[in-house]
Design a protein around this ligand. Structure first.
Ligand SMILES: *Cc1c(COP(=O)(O)O)cnc(C)c1O
Length: 409
């Protein structure tokens, strides 16, 4: 089939000369924050006392978080990254640590800062979490721990991981950066493994501004972390640990505490948006989704689709460009995967086909509480339009000559 002038058709994607779906770019993320008064009430006490870090607001936050999760100990820290670094050290990890290649690089950085050797495991192509069968293949006499990531808030099969770790005498921790509020078989994430580490940075559901939280039932680890976050010194001025300054400021703790009551609604709204996207896109050839166990609760910190270019007609990156022309921003969480990054290439020793299949083809769409249904529907509509236009109207040569150049992101 040949085309006339694409711009003569008002149903032409902006990428091919049509009018953009949105007159300007809107936000890709927008943290929903609690009312400022609720933050300032507890914070003003700290402020007036002049004790503005790691004091009463922090312990109140730790108590509220431990109650929410149903875990014995929560230790607030400066970030998820510092929490991961301190937990790895506190648990005495040595040698090799098995972690997914499909993750945010902070997971790997924490291991490398501790001088640990990351052993990169593959990605499960259904759940997009770490491939448990591949972990088992990669356990050696030098392995000390498994680090799993609840990808976008999708709970891992934690029982299987706990069994595997116990069988081989390994530590098990979870990078739960995305998963505050996630539930596995109705049990809150934060109860599993030796420890789980959450992020409270502005792109996550529970926001402290910057911050992290470690949850554990291990009293010894919790006590060690309280010392470690304070340079490793418990007061003797002869530090027990090579610690960090990983303390949480009082303001951040007050902000996070006030955010806890908002979580249920945030998670419900994000699940609504995720359902809208999935329902709206599932008929398209070549578009598939992260599989969530129906017994679990996903936070949808992120929502991504998987684009099979030969079935869909465009690659993930072409779709991203076509959406950008509509003023719809997307992200590639998480691309490139660790094994293609300069500081992790050296640990890439065997093929990771699941990781490549996921990381090369995922596209994260906007998702946040205040995103209206109408916007989500327009995004869905534009993906359909882009698909049908390229599939039916353009020859291969015309596709190649599309007016937009790939923007580096
Ligand atoms: C955001 C994120 C982190 C880092 O969290 P910070 O609080 O910014 O240190 C770690 N791991 C994953 C998977 C993340 O997405």
């Amino acid at each position: 089939m040949t085309t006339s002038s694409p711009s003569s058709n008002h149903r032409t994607p902006a990428f091919y000369g049509g009018v953009p779906a949105f007159p300007e770019r809107f936000r890709f993320i927008a943290p929903q924050l609690p009312p400022l008064e609720e933050v300032l009430a507890p914070y003003s006490q700290a402020f007036h006392n002049g004790i503005i870090t790691n004091a009463k607001c922090v312990s109140q936050f730790e108590e509220a978080a431990a109650a929410y999760i149903g875990v014995r100990h929560c230790v607030a820290v400066s970030s998820c990254t510092s929490g991961l670094m301190l937990v790895m050290r506190g648990l005495g990890m040595t040698g090799e640590v098995i972690l997914p290649s499909f993750t945010f690089f902070a997971t790997g950085h924490a291991a490398r800062w501790n001088g640990l050797e990351p052993v990169l495991a593959d990605c499960d192509t259904a759940t997009w979490n770490i491939d448990i069968a591949d972990i088992e293949k990669k356990i050696t006499s030098r392995t000390s721990a498994i680090v799993a990531v609840h990808m976008y808030g999708n709970p891992n099969d934690v029982r299987r991981l706990e069994e595997l770790a116990a069988k081989h005498g390994l530590k098990l921790i979870f990078d739960a950066a995305h998963a505050f509020g996630s539930r596995h078989r109705n049990q809150p994430i934060g109860q599993f493994g030796d420890a789980e580490i959450f992020s409270l940075s502005p792109t996550k559901l529970l926001v402290a501004g910057e911050g992290g939280l470690v949850s554990t039932n291990n009293a010894e680890l919790a006590a060690a972390l309280r010392i470690m976050r304070n340079y490793g010194d418990s007061g003797s001025y002869d530090p027990e640990w090579i610690g960090l300054n990983a303390r949480m400021p009082e303001f951040n703790a007050a902000l996070a505490t006030a955010g806890i009551p908002l979580l249920a609604e945030k998670i419900a709204r994000r699940n609504e948006i995720a359902t809208l996207y999935t329902e709206g896109l599932r008929e398209l050839p070549g578009i598939t989704f992260q599989q969530v166990d129906p017994r679990d609760t996903h936070t949808f910190k992120d929502y991504s689709i998987h684009v099979n270019s030969s079935q869909f007609g465009l690659t993930r990156d072409q779709l991203a460009q076509a959406l950008l022309a509509e003023n719809i921003e997307t992200k590639r969480y998480f691309y490139p995967p660790l094994h293609k990054q300069q500081h992790y290439k050296q640990f890439f020793t065997s093929p990771l086909p699941g990781t490549d299949w996921v990381a090369d083809n995922v596209l994260s769409l906007p998702i946040y509480e205040s995103l209206p249904d109408s916007t989500v529907k327009t995004i869905i509509d534009r993906i359909h339009l882009i698909h049908s236009f390229t599939a039916h109207r353009l020859s291969d040569t015309q596709r190649m000559e599309a007016p937009y150049v790939l923007e580096s992101r």
